[in-house]
Design a protein around this ligand. Structure first.
Ligand code: FES
Ligand code: FES
Length: 158
């Protein structure tokens, strides 16, 4: 057994798990944070993206022990004080989801992209960045619109 200490959505948590436990399993099965989804388990779909120390990571490609000591944000930690994160609000407003299965990963990847750029990413930049996030409903057009609006929202509507 390994003991892994994580700061998840601002809370210090400890997980006792087998050393081979994937980060996504630790989140879903040990911490019951089931907003992070498993679509493929082979690093292709992006449904499992979370932020590890502020950077988007496919949590099915990382062992929980590798995240020991890290600060994590999952989709459950995005809304603050009952208010949706601007990227969540933009997905809602622009209908950036259909079944919603890919949405947590899309939102975590997109907020990382938009936090890195000083300006609103172009449609091409959004599409390129989200290459590792698959939407089985194929609603990409509205997702791109939502991400660009979310980028504006993250900078206070500019
Ligand atoms: S479940 Fe991690 S990339 Fe698909
Ligand atoms: S909205 Fe259904 S998988 Fe993307």
């Amino acid at each position: 057994m390994a003991t892994v200490t994580l700061k998840v959505n601002g809370k210090e948590l400890t997980v006792d798990c087998a050393p081979r436990t994937l980060l996504v399993e630790a989140l879903r099965e040990h911490l019951r944070l089931t907003g992070t989804h498993v679509g493929c388990d082979t690093s292709q779909c992006g449904a499992c993206v979370v932020h590890v120390d502020g950077r988007s990571v496919k949590s099915c490609t990382m062992l929980a022990v590798e995240a020991d000591g890290a600060a994590l944000t999952t989709i459950e930690g995005m809304a603050q004080g009952g208010e949706l994160h601007p990227m969540q609000a933009a997905f809602k407003e622009h209908h950036g989801l259909q079944c919603g299965f890919c949405t947590p990963g899309m939102i975590m990847s997109s907020t990382d992209l938009c936090a890195r750029s000083a300006t609103t990413p172009t449609e091409g930049e959004v599409r390129h960045w989200l290459e590792g996030n698959l939407c089985r409903c194929t609603g990409y057009h509205n997702i791109v619109k939502a991400v660009r609006a979310g980028a504006d929202g993250m900078r206070g509507g500019k």
